[in-house]
Design a protein around this ligand. Structure first.
Ligand code: BES
Ligand code: ZN
Ligand code: ZN
Length: 471
């Protein structure tokens, strides 16, 4: 099981001596005359970004012009922080004092996101691996430092889970980690085991699990503060396929290599609960995580099999690689019993979503009110975890008609991300948003503030969204 040692964030009113410092100001003239001259000379040569000064007290300095609205400023701050992470890593600096005025929170956030490393399995190489151990955030309030610490720890938890190979993260391991995190951050976790899942007749989850030697799990996470602003809960559902081989509809190996990431939706739900509970937001949130691996084992479901979801819907499985929608169907049906205010699912659901927009955004669709969409889009802009809304017209349902069952689990060659979403909608009776995170969840090459691997996308977006709901 992954263990995570939190980076230390201390807040301070002024920089303590002995640390390498990083200082950000809105104009070069706010630095000492020497530094200002150097910065301006570089700018004339077209060199922007951090100036690394080694003579005397080692420091990194940078100008960050305040332009654009708050969300744009936040994004530039994070980008500057991410650049700084690159320099710290190159220079093997693990402890830093950061002073960036109004931009401190976001520069530190970008720094933490870009400094993330998955080091647990490095073995002999672990000794040489650079890590960022502590950052002193000068000028930040104690409250903001705490908020940042919890948020970054939550994103890190999600990323560690995504990056952990299936050998170390079966469905039961995922559930066990959720339980541990519930203890640490203060939310309740109930894990339904295989026998309970059978008694609930979750035929989607059980069907996908048939080719596996490991039992499935269904985890229920709940954070219910006394002073919650909502009477009906927000329910978050996360796809927890701990490894997706495709099943009998086996993936070609180059498409399979990264499929430990197929529980990124589950990781985002767990991470969001950590952030919301850790910050004590007054909002009642429930997380639902159906989990299993998808393998072509002895008893695996076959293309042509018909399975029955817990709501009684029969599904003709024509491609066992479209497994995410089968396990999510049971979870979305289960969510009905909460009479939720809103249900949002997060899933690495379709290659079609990834092909449509790449890592740049999450493909979003659903039938929630415009008000919900506007708030989600505001949060997407605030966090730079962008959403692109796809249509959700009922005409797409025609592509899911089966000759022998209520539905089939694949649509046609076109609109694959949308037909997957419409399949899921069949199991809902509440306002619903579907987030297909297949593009941004896991990176093959660095993008934005992130290096390769799991990004934890969804955690910052939904935490921002629930923060607005709570206020
Ligand atoms: N887990 C995959 C989707 C995926 C692809 C996630 C790339 C992340 C990156 C999903 O289970 C899948 O295989 N979907 C199929 C559906 C198809 C058979 C209808 C796909 O997209 O090819
Ligand atoms: Zn699949
Ligand atoms: Zn999958």
């Amino acid at each position: 099981m992954p263990t995570f040692v939190a980076m230390k964030w201390t807040f301070a009113t002024s920089a303590s001596t002995g640390h390498v410092t990083a200082v950000v100001k809105p104009t070069s003239s706010e630095f000492s005359t020497d530094l200002a001259t150097m910065i301006e000379a570089r700018a004339e040569r077209g060199v922007k970004g951090w100036l690394h000064q080694v003579a005397g007290a080692e420091q990194f300095v940078r100008v960050l012009t305040s332009k654009g609205d708050a969300a744009e400023m936040a994004h530039s701050g994070r980008k500057a922080g991410a650049e700084l992470a690159g320099l710290l890593s190159k220079n093997k600096i693990s402890n830093l004092s950061l002073e960036a005025g109004d931009a401190t929170f976001h520069v530190a956030e970008g720094l933490a996101l870009a400094a993330y490393r998955y080091t647990r399995l490095l073995g002999k190489k672990a000794k040489e691996a650079w890590t960022l151990d502590s950052v002193e955030v000068v000028g930040l309030s104690a409250g903001d430092a705490k908020r940042l610490e919890v948020l970054m720890a939550a994103v890190t938890e999600a990323r560690d889970l995504i990056n952990t190979p299936v050998l170390d993260l079966t469905a039961e391991d995922l559930a066990a980690r959720a339980e541990e995190l519930g203890q640490i951050y203060g939310f309740k976790v109930t894990v339904l085991n295989q026998a309970k899942i059978e008694s609930l007749k979750m035929g989607g989850l059980l069907g996908v699990n048939k080719g596996s030697v490991d039992p499935a799990t269904f985890s229920i996470l709940e954070y219910k503060p006394e002073k919650a602003v909502n009477s009906a809960p927000y329910v978050l559902v996360g796809k927890g396929v701990v490894y997706d081989t495709g099943g009998l509809s086996l993936k070609p190996s180059n498409f399979m290599d990264t499929m430990k990431c197929d529980m990124s939706g589950a990781a985002a739900v767990i991470g969001t609960l950590c952030a919301v509970a850790g910050q004590g937001l007054p909002v009642h949130v429930i997380g639902l995580i159906p989990a299993t691996d998808n393998r072509p084992g002895g008893n695996a479901i076959t293309p042509g099999d018909v399975i029955t979801i817990s709501d009684g819907t029969t599904v003709e499985v024509l491609n066992t690689d479209a497994e995410g929608r089968l396990i999510l169907a049971d979870a979305l049906h289960y969510a009905k019993k909460y009479k939720p205010q809103l249900v949002i699912d997060l899933a690495t659901l379709t290659g079609a979503a990834a092909r449509a927009i790449g890592p740049n955004a999450t493909v979003a669709m659903g039938n929630a009110s415009r008000e919900v969409w506007e708030q989600l889009q505001t949060s997407a802009t605030n966090t730079h975890e962008r959403l692109v809304e796809f249509p959700f017209w009922d005409e797409y349902n025609d592509l899911l008609k089966s000759e022998i069952a209520d539905l089939k689990n694949i649509g046609g060659a076109e609109a694959g991300a949308i037909t997957a979403g419409k399949f899921l909608e069949h199991f809902t009776d509440y306002p619903y948003v579907h987030l297909d995170i297949a593009g941004p969840a896991f990176l093959d090459s660095p993008w934005g503030y992130y290096g390769k691997g799991g990004t934890g996308v969804g955690v910052r977006l939904l935490t921002d969204f629930l923060t607005h709901v709570a206020s």
